[in-house]
Structure formats: structure tokens, C-alpha cells
Write a protein that binds this ligand. Sequence first.
Ligand SMILES: [Fe+2]
Ligand SMILES: [Fe+2]
Length: 189
Amino acid sequence: MELKKIQEYVKNQLSDKRYYHSKCVMERSRELAEKYGADIKIAEKIGIAHDVAKEMSEEEKLKYVKDNNIEIDDIERENSSLLHAKIGKDIAIKQFEFTENMGQAIANHTTGNKDMDIYSKILFIADRTSKDRNFEDLEHLNEIANKNIDEAVLYILDKKIEIQIRKRASIHVNGIIARNYMLNLINKN
Ligand SMILES: [Fe+2]
Ligand SMILES: [Fe+2]
């Protein structure tokens, strides 16, 4: 589906603030795709679509996963905000004609995962460094992202895990798997 149509669909699902975030992630994804030689149109589509399920209620999300036979684990059930990633992937494949890999980038955007391809990495970084974000380490992270995409993904994974520890909250196993995978990848290169 063409970008404009995806934008319209997403705009209808989200508040103004979240739609603005999605547009900022789309722009940042475009920059990263240019920098790292990925397909710009694909990166933009993933960026605009990634939070399409973010504003569904907990009830709606649980109903969606049931109706669409999406497997979820205990941590996702307990922390339903994680579910918008898996549901977003499903919507993008069914409604926006995304390929499995494009959809997987959306599924990976909350916790990270093993085998993250260039589009998964771009979205993961864009979601954290889009211009609507206000993290104090933004400049530092952007410096890393401009030099080495894998180091930037590892940095974000570490931060996410640190936050969960500080909050005394559960850590999704995919975050750990992603971190080990990225560490391995960086050490090999
Ligand atoms: Fe998200
Ligand atoms: Fe997001």
C-alpha cells in the first residue's frame, strides 16, 4: 500500500500527539535509511506504521490477539503495552501489505530481538531518537547512531534493561536475547 494511504489509516487510529510521534519516527527512519543504504520508502512505511496499535485499550488488544491467533507470553499478557508491537505487525501485514520482514521490524520495536535486520535496527533507533523525543542522552545516542548502527541498538537495549531494573519491573526475555545477539555481532565485526 502506498505511504499516503498508510498515513491516513494510522492518523485515524491515533491521537494527534501519537500521530506526530509516528511522523517524527518516519522522518528519522528516512535519515537512517539514507545513511545506511536501506530502501527509504520501506523504512518510511515501517516508521509511520509502527505504533498503529498503541492506543488500543488493554481489552481491545487481548481481544485482537485472541481473534487473530497471535501467540503471546506471560510477560506480554501482564504488560499489555508490549502487545502493540505484535498487533502492529499483524495489522501492517493484513492492512498495509507489509512483507513478513517489514512486519517483523514492528514486532521487534519494543524489546528488540535476535536477527534484527537493517529495518528492525532503523526503527529501533528512530523510535528513540525522533525529534519529538526528549531524552537527555539524545545527542550522545545520535552520535553513536551516526557512526555505528549496531552500537546504537546495543546502547538502547542496555538503557531499556536498566530502566526495567530500576523500576523493579520484569524484563522481557527478547530484550536479553537481543542484547546478547548484538554484543556477539559487534564483537565479530
Ligand atoms: Fe511503540
Ligand atoms: Fe513509537
